[in-house]
Design a protein. Structure first.
Length: 130
């Protein structure tokens, strides 16, 4: 599901099985000027990633029975260039996994914390207002 098209704005992919969290993120990112697409499963995320360029990926560590960390590692092996930010409710995310991600946002999070990470990692040339 794609949000409001803002010409030149970065496209953010939210991958999380929690529909309310995706909605919260989507609405706030769109209000901040980003385009947003969503996936509830790794399979749906793979389809969206194959369909065209994504500028930033917000990825839950646990997506139902799927493993977000494995998706991140798969993207890295394929040299997919989009930054990956992991959402995690687990306090036990190991340092190696944290180092592989471009950012980590612990759940629960404050919206400003999420927006700060997205603003910092969104491509400069496509950043809203840039």
């Amino acid at each position: 599901m794609t949000g409001t098209d803002v010409a030149g704005a970065p496209l953010v992919l939210i991958v999380d099985d929690d529909a309310s969290l995706r909605l919260l993120c989507r609405v706030n990112l769109e209000l901040d000027g980003y385009r947003v697409t969503e996936a509830a499963t790794v399979g749906a995320a793979e389809e969206l990633l194959a369909g065209g360029p994504i500028d930033l990926i917000l990825l839950d560590v646990h997506i139902g029975a799927d493993d977000g960390v494995e998706l991140m590692r798969s993207l890295r092996k394929r040299e997919h260039g989009a930054p990956v930010v992991l959402f995690t409710g687990s306090a036990r995310l190991d340092a190696a996994t944290t180092a592989e991600a471009d950012g980590v946002v612990p759940k629960p999070f404050h919206l400003e914390q999420l927006l700060d990470v997205v603003r910092a990692l969104a491509p400069q040339s496509a950043r809203p207002g840039g």
